[in-house]
Design a protein around this ligand. Structure first.
Ligand SMILES: Nc1ncnc2c1ncn2[C@@H]1O[C@H](COP(=O)(O)OP(=O)(O)OP(=O)(O)O)[C@@H](O)[C@H]1O
Length: 265
């Protein structure tokens, strides 16, 4: 059985349909990539899963997780699930931190919200989590502004994985980072996924990362999933001309694939 099953999800604004009747499923422990160009509806899909859509947007359809339809949960039920079972990391990692709280306090607050632990136990867990993402203990007492982008994103990952969620939703986690930091963050995610066994819904427009890390891919265009399958199948034998175009426009993937009729570069 799938860990997460999205069935006929639609996200609508006042006048527009942003996500249009999409379905996909994620298996336990797999790295599932949702790819497509900017504005195709990837982030809205990710937000709908955790009931994080802006108030002017509405989701319809079903999103099944552990036998429950997430779209039907009350806000407080959803809050309990987020963090413990389902965690997010975002492109805008800075927005996930409160500037006047130390890194340590961010861990503390997260743990306090979700589990019953003594103060010293919380501190110990935070220390271990920092170490697990390769950050020194002294980061605990620092403020977010005193860390680099890559370090902060690593802290977000440490916090997101603190309670060993089954599903991590990573919405373009490396887009705002330079290439060395991106590399480190993705290697870290890959290692932690192997250690914790969590599934990852990985949202990106960078197919190089997909090639390296993903198990399966769904390609999104204009709010619709136009193609889905195993990574190698989709990247080596795309069925849709749009997928071909995405592959061709990717810096290091765009070679060796014959251009099909009607596809323009
Ligand atoms: N609160 C909102 N109200 C109305 N439309 C919105 C709202 N938020 C996003 N949109 C629109 O929804 C569409 C899909 O946006 P979304 O962020 O899901 O795209 P994306 O594929 O994740 O793009 P990117 O890669 O740039 O993040 C866009 O056209 C965007 O302008």
């Amino acid at each position: 059985m799938s860990l997460l099953s999205v069935n006929r999800l639609t996200v609508t604004g006042k006048q527009t349909r942003i996500v249009n009747d999409i379905s996909f499923h994620i298996q336990k422990g797999e790295w599932f990539a949702l790819v497509g160009q900017s504005g195709s509806g990837k982030s809205m899909t990710a937000s709908a899963i955790g009931q994080l859509l802006a108030p002017n947007l509405q989701a319809a359809g079903e999103i099944h997780y552990a036998g429950r339809n997430l779209l039907a949960l009350s806000p407080s039920e959803m809050r309990k699930l987020r963090g413990k079972h389902l965690a997010y990391i975002f492109q805008d990692y800075q927005g996930s931190f409160t500037p006047f709280l130390t890194i340590g306090r961010h861990f503390e607050e997260y743990l306090r919200r979700h589990v019953r632990l003594s103060r010293s136990e919380r501190k110990e867990q935070a220390r271990q989590a920092l170490a697990s993402v390769g950050l020194p203990e002294e980061m605990y007492a620092r403020y977010p502004v005193q860390l680099s982008g890559g370090q902060l994103q690593r802290v977000s990952i440490a916090i997101a994985l603190l309670l060993k969620p089954d599903l991590l939703i990573a919405d373009e986690p490396t887009t705002a980072l330079d290439s060395v930091s991106s590399f480190k963050v993705l290697e870290l995610l890959s290692r932690l996924q192997a250690e914790t066994g969590c599934a990852i819904l990985f949202i990106t427009h960078d197919l190089r990362h997909v090639r390296k890390y993903a198990d399966r891919i769904a390609v999104m265009k204009d709010g619709v999933i136009i193609e889905t399958g195993d990574k190698d199948q989709v990247l080596n034998h795309p069925q849709q001309s749009y997928t071909e175009l995405l592959i061709r426009s990717s810096p290091s993937l765009g070679t060796g694939l014959p251009l099909r009729e009607g596809v323009t570069r």
